[in-house]
Design a protein around this ligand. Structure first.
Ligand code: B12
Length: 247
């Protein structure tokens, strides 16, 4: 009887756990759909067939309430969805306006997630300069890197998008010794990244330069004389902690 009671308990717990996992994956699926279709929030009129429905802003709130971690929301819903959006754009199944609406929906989700990545820790590690390279308007990846680095205890000086070399140099001059992060999402703007890194290294040889963005890789990083490449923000956070511990 006791054994059967224990077995029953285990069965019920397993059942609840499975149910919870199903609910969680349904929420993440709904969020992916909202981002892919560019549904920002309940008030948004776009897309017309979803008028009045929840958007990525509300669904992200529901996901957090359901106990899904911000990391899971990013890795299992938001980032793969943006990759899917990019693929559909390549296949000409969607066009720039739809890609832009997806970016807006991702931004609305990030508003909910940001507080979870900022630890509230006193920013004592120094300043970190961050920007998207000249000619490039993509800022989702840059913003994510900024949020995670800020969460790692750094004061982030975000220069925004389409940042030319002179602007990066001025920021380094104003914040001597600060490491710099540069993002590029287009194969065409990788050239501008190369030019910016070369100027930084020429004028401020001691400055550490971190590079990233979908088309960037380790080989390109080495080739242009940057110090560090990471495919994700956490790599940058770890690298900065490692560098800082050496001082
Ligand atoms: C959203 C989007 C847009 C939006 C951007 C809105 C915004 N506010 O950012 C809009 C609509 C404006 C846009 C415009 C264009 N886009 Co666009 N866009 C995308 C899309 C779908 C998603 C990008 C994104 O946000 N990904 C999610 C983030 C989280 O990922 P991420 O940026 O890679 O960042 C991560 C890492 O790379 C890393 N990281 C990023 N930066 C850094 C920096 C450092 C230091 C470190 C350590 C790490 C790091 O950390 C991040 C988190 O993991 C991509 C597709 C794709 N697969 O990337 C196309 C894509 C990048 N776009 C593309 C193109 C062609 C364009 C346009 C030229 C289209 C056009 N004809 O006008 C324009 C260019 C405008 C310009 N001058 O910049 C192409 C680029 C092709 C190429 N190889 O060059 C892509 C790949 C789509 C495709 N498959 O064809 N785009």
């Amino acid at each position: 009887m006791l054994i059967s009671g224990k077995a029953d308990y285990r069965f019920v717990m397993l059942f609840i756990l499975n149910l919870l996992l199903v609910v969680m994956s349904e929420i993440l699926e709904k969020l992916s759909e909202a981002v892919e279709l560019g549904k920002v929030d309940r008030k948004a009129h776009y897309p017309p067939h979803l008028k009045g429905f929840e958007g990525s802003y509300e669904i992200t709130g529901t996901a957090l309430d359901a106990g899904i971690t911000p990391g899971q929301i990013l890795d299992e819903a938001l980032i793969p969805t943006m990759e899917r959006v990019g693929r559909k754009f390549s296949e000409k199944k969607i066009f720039v306006p739809q890609m832009l609406m997806s970016a807006k929906a991702m931004g609305a989700a990030m508003v909910q997630l940001k507080p979870y990545f900022i630890s509230g820790e006193i920013k004592t590690k120094g300043s970190f300069i961050m920007g998207t390279v000249r000619g490039d308007l993509h800022d989702i990846g840059k913003n994510l890197v900024s949020i995670m680095i800020e969460g790692g205890g750094w004061r982030v000086i975000d220069l925004g998008v389409d940042v030319n070399t002179a602007r990066f140099l001025r920021a380094i001059e104003e914040n001597p010794g600060s490491p710099v992060g540069i993002s590029a999402l287009l194969t065409t703007t990788m050239e501008n990244m190369k030019e910016t890194v070369a100027s930084i290294k020429e004028k401020f040889p001691g400055t550490l330069v971190l590079v990233g963005g979908a088309p960037v890789n380790e080989r390109f990083c080495k080739k242009i004389g940057a110090d560090f490449y990471s495919p994700d923000p956490q790599g940058a956070v770890n690298y900065l902690s490692m560098i800082q511990s050496k001082f």
